[in-house]
Ligand binder design. Structure first.
Ligand SMILES: Cc1cc2nc3c(=O)[nH]c(=O)nc-3n(C[C@H](O)[C@H](O)[C@H](O)COP(=O)(O)OP(=O)(O)OC[C@H]3O[C@@H](n4cnc5c(N)ncnc54)[C@H](O)[C@@H]3O)c2cc1C
Length: 460
């Protein structure tokens, strides 16, 4: 009889696990059933801001594969609109509610992949009786927002609450659609994923695009007129709004896991080992935004909800379930984003993380250009490096700049992943030609500056 693999959650992590398990085991040996409570499987939430802006014209372009493809091509049974409501580890079965047809289904498992993603933080001032307020996590959220933006009276003033990467990407989308946008952030900077000096460059550029940036400002409520959003109420008074986007971050979606007795770590994510096994619960695996992982530089457990990790972790779980051997070695916090042409990249530790982890370090900021200064289109780029004192190991890096800035973080991420010192980095054989870089790439300039800072000397 075939073994049963049940996957809870049919997006990045869950479908990567299912697909990899199928590659290694045929249907006669392994039956795979995926329960997904939403309307879609294998969709790109990451693409939602670009669909909202109109850059990606059709929602369906964000869907990589549908259930029919999974069934016909991969023998994977994806059941949409099925919400798993309980996991019984003793009986080794899940209970799922059929949200469309009604009724419940029970399904036994030999292996289970828990890949339920994350849940958006929803403050208590959000009210269900006010139209025009949107979270932005699923394609359904995007459809609802687009419908609102196109409905009369057409919204003209948007407030984005929360200045993380989803908030700034949504601010860009709404600017592209011609709305005036205010972004409200209760911390003293937007983009808390980078240090304050780099975030100020981002804020400055956003202001230049006409986005109002309001920091140190707490939202306390919403005002409505005839059931429609009219204003966001803050400590300093109301800000008019006819559409509001909530971008307040997410936390691991673990309610079901906790009820079943799966272990949670200090970040609230599900604990797992490097093979994505849940410790102490044989045959139970987990991956994606619901898990806690290791930060390879600080050595601390972290919750980093990104698609790049979800895909890799799901792949690792699937390979192991399929009888192979794979590990997920942790993260270093690499991320890139764009706001109205401005690109932001980061990897490793910020200053505050390095301090919290007990490192002694130097920081340098190097301003240079993306191309040779004389080459058309040359624009400013700022690279920040954080290097351990006295040895010079790279601990963190951030880049803010115009075209070709963000993906330069990858070279720094590889250096950091491999424990390189800034001195070693100065000799890196990076490509040079005038359309792509100055003769000293911004990464190399920053590394040289960090070497100087470590030596306590001036510019060399
Ligand atoms: C607007 C936006 C932009 C983003 N941009 C980027 C980016 O540029 N780069 C990047 O790396 N990441 C980005 N992300 C993050 C990325 O989308 C997530 O990290 C990734 O989708 C996580 O995959 P996952 O499979 O763990 O979780 P999810 O994609 O959230 O999938 C979990 C699935 O589980 C289902 N589910 C939950 N509970 C149950 C249940 N009880 N029963 C059945 N089904 C259930 C949910 O419906 C969901 O479909 C972005 C996210 C958003 C929202």
């Amino acid at each position: 009889m075939a073994e049963q693999l049940i996957v809870v959650g049919g997006d990045a992590a869950g479908m990567a696990a299912a697909s990899q398990a199928r590659r290694r085991r045929n249907p006669a040996d392994l039956e795979i059933v995926v329960f997904e409570r939403g309307h879609f499987t294998s969709y790109s939430a990451c693409g939602i801001p670009y669909w909202i802006s109109g850059l990606v014209p059709e929602r369906d372009q964000l869907i990589a594969r549908d259930p029919a493809t999974f069934r016909d091509t991969f023998d994977i049974d994806v059941r949409l609109r099925h919400e798993v409501t309980a996991i019984d580890l003793d009986r080794r079965e899940v209970v799922a509610r059929d949200l469309a047809g009604g009724g419940t289904v029970r399904a036994g498992f030999d292996n289970l992949v828990y890949a339920t993603g994350a849940v958006p933080v929803r403050p208590d001032w959000v009210r269900d009786d006010i139209d025009g307020v949107f979270g932005m996590q699923t394609l359904d959220d995007g459809t609802a927002l687009l419908d609102w933006l196109e409905r009369d009276p057409r919204p003209r003033h948007a407030v984005v609450v929360g200045g993380g990467y989803i908030g700034v990407e949504m601010a860009e989308s709404l600017v592209a659609r011609g709305l005036t946008v205010n972004l409200v952030e209760q911390a003293d900077q937007p983009m808390s994923t980078v240090d304050a000096d780099m975030a100020e460059l981002v804020a400055e550029a956003m202001r230049g695009f006409g986005i109002g940036i309001r920091t140190d400002l707490r939202v306390t409520g919403l005002e409505a007129r005839d059931g429609r959003i009219a204003a966001v109420v803050t400590d300093e008074g109301p800000i008019p709004a006819d559409v509001v986007i909530l971008g307040l971050g997410v936390r691991p979606n673990t309610a079901l896991a906790a009820a079943a007795g799966l272990p949670l770590g200090p970040t609230g994510g599900i604990r797992c080992d490097r093979r994505m096994r849940v410790p102490g619960v044989p045959g139970v695996w987990t991956a994606g935004d619901c898990v806690e992982t290791l930060h390879r530089v600080s050595g601390m457990p972290v919750h980093v909800p990104l698609g790049t990790h979800a895909n890799k972790q799901g792949r690792v779980a699937g390979i192991n379930i399929g009888g192979g051997y794979a590990t997920f070695p942790g993260v270093i916090g690499t991320a890139v984003t764009q706001v109205c042409d401005l690109e932001v990249g980061r990897t490793g530790l910020r200053e505050r993380d390095a301090t919290a982890a007990g490192f002694e370090f130097v920081t340098v900021l190097a301003e240079s250009t993306n191309r040779a200064g004389y080459y058309p289109g040359a624009r400013t780029m700022t690279v920040k490096l954080i290097a351990e004192r006295p040895g010079g190991r790279l601990l963190g890096a951030q880049i803010v700049g115009w075209s070709e800035a963000a993906k330069r973080i990858d070279a720094l991420a590889v250096a950091l992943w491999n424990g390189m010192t800034v001195d070693e980095m100065t000799a890196l054989d990076l490509g040079y030609a005038p359309p792509f870089a100055p003769v000293w790439d911004p990464v190399l300039i920053a590394a040289r500056k960090a070497v100087d800072a470590l030596a306590g000397t001036g510019r060399r």
